[in-house]
Design a protein around this ligand. Sequence first.
Ligand SMILES: Nc1ncnc2c1ncn2[C@@H]1O[C@H](COP(=O)(O)OP(=O)(O)OP(=O)(O)O)[C@@H](O)[C@H]1O
Length: 265
Amino acid sequence: MTAAVTTAAARGEDGVATSTRHAVTLRGVTKRYAGEHGVLALDGIDLQVHPGEFVCLVGASGCGKSTLLNLVSGLDDVSSGEVGVDGHAALMFQESALFPWLSALDNVATPLRLKGVGRKDREARAREYLDVVHLGDFADRRPHELSGGMRQRVALARTLATQAPVLLMDEPFGALDAMTRDLLHDELESIWRERSLSVLFVTHNVREAVRLGDRVVLLSSRPGRIVKEYPVDITRPRRIEDSAVSTLSGEITHALREEVARHGA
Ligand SMILES: Nc1ncnc2c1ncn2[C@@H]1O[C@H](COP(=O)(O)OP(=O)(O)OP(=O)(O)O)[C@@H](O)[C@H]1O
């Protein structure tokens, strides 16, 4: 599913709004889940995404990547610190979670319907977004009639239909084969540039992070803390197999391995 939130200003732990100049801002964010053992998922996260920037977040399984996106999207609340989004943010998941009984067109039109956009308008706009992801000829198909890659394209079109300037992407291509993923990297990159979006993209795949990101942020094992940020100064367009992508991916993977070993995960 796609969750869209509007956050005019940062939300602090006390619920008091403060202004933000970045697309996404996290200041001293800590998240502890309630329960008998009170899992500390994130600890003291300071992170900004600049307007128009593509930031990738990598880290070991369970380090709190999804938790961080949920906090930014407003699906969950911080335990302390503050999180802010300048405008709207839309969240896209690994599993497209399309409504199986709706056509591709109606799936994409759903956020517009929820916003109260009339039928004719929302169908015209949903067609436009399906064209953006090259699925204009598949508007009437239902999810089970589409491949995994096509379903993720529909989910991407639905996320874009929210018209959010900030995209939060939680392993959106994790379940796809390498070739399809490669195509979707190209498509996402051109959509991001054409629409000047700000993207916070979570992945397990360090190469994917270096292929896509302006910056890669490495999180430690639980509790998630920022270990290091890597600017990616590799000229675009990039290919995942480029030697410069391999070299930086190797460096980040080495740091990630050390991090995992330190925590005995
Ligand atoms: N609702 C919850 N209640 C209690 N603990 C939770 C909850 N959601 C997540 N956790 C715990 O918080 C930690 C961080 O989880 P999260 O899903 O954010 O990690 P992740 O980095 O996205 O993991 P993965 O890479 O495996 O998807 C994990 O230890 C997880 O078990």
